[in-house]
Design a protein around this ligand. Structure first.
Ligand code: NAD
Ligand code: ZN
Length: 363
């Protein structure tokens, strides 16, 4: 698959790609030293394979361990990673390889964007969420005390390696979480893919190789196409935020990852975006029910989990309005005319949003 960055780059989707990393990095980036950034868990699982493969291609790997999960995406995490890169004497002809989930990819991508005004980054995502969504598109970020992903840069990778085999060690909850973003691609622009997922979602979650490959490839193609049209999110790319304004509010109320993972929040958010679309007469109620059924089927949440029942609808609304995707306090949401037909809707009435939030368990 070819994707558009500052220049086009290849996204490889397949099995055993981490063992081929050396040759692929060599031909895409031609770096000499490669800082392989991963968390302790992913490093223990896959670090050696990447290391061996880079060495076999004549490259010098420099393994670097960062914090696990969202905790990695902090000012401190960025500072210490940049410090290690400086101490290891990496120069502009070298590269960073992000080996891990979306958190590692976001942090390492931002460090690469900043290091000596930018060095090559290779994304080697090891979660379904990162393979299907975050590794392609060039968005990198860390969190600030004021909110998630507020400090970042667009920094496109030179190469993306989605090794489907790496997903074998991912736990089921993380698999489901990534599946929410896969489903999102069907919901926002590809009805046939949504219908395929209705029939084959369980096989994807069971990591059946062919089903998994189709799900990741279709998601990557959809993302690459949207990003190519709108690299800096001036228009159509906003559709990728389907389910994210609702989802982000729930995710924040749940302390980011403590109650709901990002994907779980996105799944709930997609259900609510369709419920609101139906309530506003944009799409019919059957479509919204169908989305809800597809989400429920996979074990992803369609209502707030017990720990978030009774959360204030006002608090959620405030978060939705304050979301960085909102413009001037008005509520701008990604809604849908039907499955596969998402669009940006401005000036959405907060009352209708409140009703949907209450239906979902808020008070
Ligand atoms: P994550 O990166 O936090 O990883 C979750 C956990 O999975 C970690 O504990 C990690 O050690 C473990 N793990 C990763 N790969 C594994 C494997 N193959 N086997 C076993 N364990 C493995 O989670 P995530 O869901 O991948 O990423 C979430 C982050 O992605 C969020 O910070 C979100 O903001 C970001 N994101 C970014 C974009 C973007 O466009 N840049 C898009 C969506 C999400
Ligand atoms: Zn997301």
């Amino acid at each position: 698959i070819s994707a558009e960055g500052v220049r086009p780059y290849d996204v490889h989707v397949g099995r055993g790609l981490l063992d081929e990393a050396g040759g692929l990095v060599m031909s895409a980036a031609g770096a000499r030293r490669v800082a392989v950034v991963s968390d302790a868990q992913v490093g223990a699982l896959y670090g050696q394979r990447v290391d061996d493969s880079l060495r076999a291609a004549g490259l010098t790997p420099i393994p670097i361990t960062v914090a696990e999960g969202e905790a990695a995406k902090s000012f401190e995490g960025l500072q210490s990673l940049l410090g290690v890169l400086l101490d290891s004497g990496l120069d502009r002809g070298d590269a960073v390889l992000a080996l891990g989930g979306g958190s590692t990819g976001d942090l390492a991508g931002l460090a690469a964007a900043l290091y000596m005004r930018g060095i090559d980054v290779i994304q080697a995502p090891t979660t379904l969420l990162a393979q299907a969504d975050s590794a392609v598109g060039g968005k990198t970020a860390i969190d600030a005390p004021q909110g998630k992903n507020l400090i970042g840069a667009f920094w496109h990778p030179r190469l993306v390696l989605c090794d489907l085999e790496a997903l074998d060690t991912l736990d089921d909850r993380q698999m489901r979480s990534g599946y929410a973003e896969v489903l999102k691609y069907g919901l926002l622009g590809d009805r046939a893919f949504f219908e395929w997922l209705e029939a084959n979602g369980a096989a994807v979650l069971d990591r059946e190789p062919e089903h998994l490959a189709h799900a990741v490839e279709t998601s990557v193609r959809a993302k690459a196409a949207i990003v190519a049209e709108d690299p800096r999110e001036a228009g159509r790319r906003a559709l990728l935020n389907l389910g994210h304004t609702f989802g982000h509010a729930w995710e924040a109320e749940g302390g980011f990852g403590e109650v709901l993972t990002h994907g779980e929040a996105v799944a709930l958010g997609c259900v609510q975006a369709f419920q609101l679309s139906a309530r506003l007469g944009l799409c019919n109620a059957e479509e919204a029910h169908r989305v809800e059924a597809a989400v429920r089927e996979t074990g992803l949440p369609v209502r707030a989990p017990a720990a978030l029942r009774g959360v204030s609808a006002d608090a959620l609304l405030a978060r939705m309005a304050g979301d960085k995707k909102a413009e001037g306090g008005r509520l701008t949401l990604i809604l849908a005319r039907g499955i596969g037909r998402a669009e940006v809707v401005r000036d959405v009435a907060p009352e209708a949003v409140r009703e949907v939030l209450i239906e979902g368990g808020a008070a």
